[in-house]
Design a binder for this molecule. Structure first.
Ligand SMILES: Cc1ncc(COP(=O)(O)O)c(C=O)c1O
Length: 251
């Protein structure tokens, strides 16, 4: 579905519902990958209203939502009888703690449990036990705060390094979206960045369907060391401000 600065456009969802036999709407309303868009409460309500009218299920990925404590109410809380909500620890607490939660409408509890059984057997018990203990003794909360502080500092660094360049981010987000100014293409920009030692993800890799999408790249700000991030962002800022040349040295 087409998106704008807030994510899925309600009219596009409505059109799809009228045209096709849509079964479910998959959304990431807080910090959408790759555009880092944050969906407002009115947008969330508009999508819920359409889903209710057409009797469509909603799957809400809130993998990094807890990093943004003042985000609007999750869509699943607006439509609990038709929504599947999930989040986990790997983004918000630490990557090695790979366990998560799925909240399902009551009528799907048995179905969700048996599908989980046939596809995953069970959550890895040791990891689930560690997560459970760390929630109860406050370790998870502490790690979440640490992660929020570290990401806020990195977002600030990105704002400084990309000063004067238009980009989209959220205050504790893990990635930023950089729309590419004309005449840069995603291919050319990614090739030049790689040639300079920086890997960025092209927007086209995240897109489905054949509609036009605006050119842009996703820049991950969470994984590299702070020094490497600063150098990488300096390279990106220099590239955005220059004209694309064929990246001959990649040949
Ligand atoms: C879009 C999206 N959702 C969810 C996750 C979290 O996955 P997991 O909890 O399995 O590590 C990721 C991790 O990269 C992701 O990119």
């Amino acid at each position: 579905l087409r998106i704008d600065g807030e994510g899925v456009i309600p009219q596009e969802f409505e059109k799809a519902c009228r045209r096709n036999s849509v079964k479910a709407l998959y959304l990431m309303p807080t910090g959408l990958g790759p555009t880092a868009a944050m969906m407002s409460r009115p947008r969330r309500e508009a999508l819920v209203e359409i889903a209710e009218r057409h009797d469509i299920l909603i799957i809400e990925n809130d993998a990094w939502g807890p990093l943004c404590p003042d985000r609007p109410t999750p869509i699943s809380a607006l439509a609990p009888t038709r929504s599947f909500y999930f989040t986990g620890f790997s983004k918000c607490v630490m990557p090695g703690l790979r366990a998560g939660y799925l909240v399902v409408p009551e009528r799907f509890e048995a179905a969700a449990a048996s599908r989980h059984l046939v596809t995953n057997w069970m959550a890895t018990p040791l990891i689930a036990d560690i997560a459970d203990r760390w929630i109860k003794d406050g370790t998870c909360e502490k790690l979440l705060r640490w992660q929020m502080t570290a990401l806020a500092a990195r977002n600030q660094l990105a704002s400084q390094m990309l000063d004067g360049i238009e980009f989209c981010a959220s205050p504790n987000g893990m990635h930023i979206w950089l729309p590419l100014p004309e005449p840069w293409s995603e291919d050319a920009f990614a090739a030049h960045a790689r040639l300079n030692g920086v890997a960025v993800a092209q927007g086209a890799n995240f897109a489905l369907g054949d509609h036009d999408i605006p050119a842009g790249v996703r820049i991950c700000i969470g994984a590299a060391s702070a020094d490497a991030l600063e150098r990488g962002l300096a390279t990106i800022a220099r590239l955005v401000r220059s004209q694309p040349e064929p990246a001959l040295l990649t040949l």
